[in-house]
Write a protein that binds this ligand. Sequence first.
Ligand code: G3I
Ligand code: 9MR
Ligand code: ZN
Length: 587
Amino acid sequence: MASLLILPSLSTRCGRELLLTLVVASLLLCPAFLLFGAENPSQAIKIDQVGYPLDGSKVALVTERSTTFVLRRLNDDAVAFRGTLGPAVFDANTGDQVQAADFSSLKQAGSYYLEVPRVGRSYPFSVGAITFERTYYLAMRAFYGQRCGIAVNLGPEFPGYSHGICHMHGEFHPSSGLRGPRDNVGGWHDAGDYGRYMVNSGVTTGTLMWAWELFGPKLKHIQFKIPETGNGTPDLLNEVRWNLEWMLRMQDSDGGVWHKQTSEHFPGFVMPEKDTLPSEVIGTGAAPYKSTCATADLAAVGAIAARVYTPFDAKFAGRALEAARRAWAWAERYPDVTFRNPPGVNTGEYGDASCKDERLWAAAELWRTTGEATYHEFFLGNFAEYLPSLDSPSLENWKTLAPMALRTYVLSARKGADAGAVQAIRERALTAARAIVERTCGNPYRVSMQASDYVWGSNGIAAQYGMDLLIADVLSPDARFVDAARDNLHYLLGRNAFSLSWVTQVGGRSFQHPHHRPSGAFSNQQPWPGLLSGGPNANREDEVLAALASNLPPARNYADQQASYASNEVAINWQALLVFLLAGQLQ
Ligand code: G3I
Ligand code: 9MR
Ligand code: ZN
């Protein structure tokens, strides 16, 4: 039986006109299981495997040629929507011909799947008000899973996802300038390794505390079943404090901060409590032994912590601010002490040729917290050269902190702010956001990424686009900013070349083999939940990627293999960007 339907299509906020399309649907109306095997969804249909908010654009993508699509209710296969596919458009970053299935005008919440003649059916997904809450919960709980210096157990929700207490003893490495024991227990394991790194901790804790400052009312009641739950402090801040306390212990008596605490080389794929390599506090190897970038990062996050913890623990907030002030003073005295791995140390380096942007971030956060002239003068005297850093996310957010400095200044709205500086930053950030929206709408995969973005940690860059767009929406509310931010979340949750959800245990087909020691060293079938994969990396800096076909388009250089640390590791800085992006979507 055929049916004649008039449907709006392409009614997304990408600025396209509402088109009325006359559709003669010639589908034989018969139960879907006769047409498409329910047991094998097609990877040629790309959807956000979590779902779509009721109020925003809802677009799936199809990479095998067809003409129409149908949305069916998951529980009874009833047709909820019929539409036409958009024209096939070539996407150079994936090599795909991509057609859009736009069902934005659907207004009925529920669970659905997409069906495309001659292609198949999609993984299931939801449409509704409560879309990303559980993903946010899992993504934040992943930080609890990364805790060092404590036994971790995800509880009955995830039986067997636990590890013993670890890295309880540390010592000063000769490169630190001191000798003897230095336990410094606590903090988060950085990534798939068990190292703890001040530089990556800086941007990570800063990003998470900003999520609190911007979206706190939506986050304050969400609990993560962590040891501190119910202590009167919101769980997001409870979790961040676990790492902040370790960061504070990395500060020397002179205010300087050592760069990292790791073993001299990476351990094997063992559970954390089985890693018996000495945990070393590692410095630059020469006086003053601490690094300016690590120290300035502590100054910045200490200033933020002083703001966000005051209502919950004024004593801790005061301690954080005092540490920030002392770190600032050390960095003023030693402005250019950069870090390279000292001889015999080959864990993550997080090296950086200049720490001036970290000092700019520290100045901005300290001024925002205290209003004191010293910090304001440094910021006003040095911000202008960094305005171009707002145009697009850096490829290494742990190294490029000027965007954080500029954005915190314009977000602070503190009395006494320099109107010219606020205007210059605001205009640059909003101009960039508008350009990103246009590019995202025109991208066949509806993602903000450019070919040059597909590097180590590219999924973090996709989430960074989302964060920057959400901050633009705070500066100047615009539904197109929110929609484009959400498009990047759709990319991470399945609307990508691999039809893969890049968050573990989220979606109908999530990635399975992260480069993550606790996931590789235990017997559970699924990896630890809520973790974001690093994503495609066209520089192919591991043997797995190097062995892929040589002429792959940039967005296809990915392997869901544990050994691919350059495309499939997890890391706290990328994780924090995912959390920020999710937090901005919560109702
Ligand atoms: O941006 C340049 C690009 O312009 C150039 O063409 C390309 C050619 O090599 O290099 C690009 O820079 C790369 C950068 O990632 C881009 O994101 C660097 O080579 C590459 O070394 C860098 O990778 C870093 C990686 O450590 C290796 O140093 C990642 O940013 C960083 O996130 C990652 O961090 C590791 C820690 O060291 C250890 N813990 C795990 C963590 C995540 O893998
Ligand atoms: O596991 C390490 C991962 O955390 C780092 O990001 C990566 C790059 O520094 O190195 C990984 O360790 C590998 C080492 O570099 C080469 N030998 C195998 C190690 C485990 O995969
Ligand atoms: Zn540990």
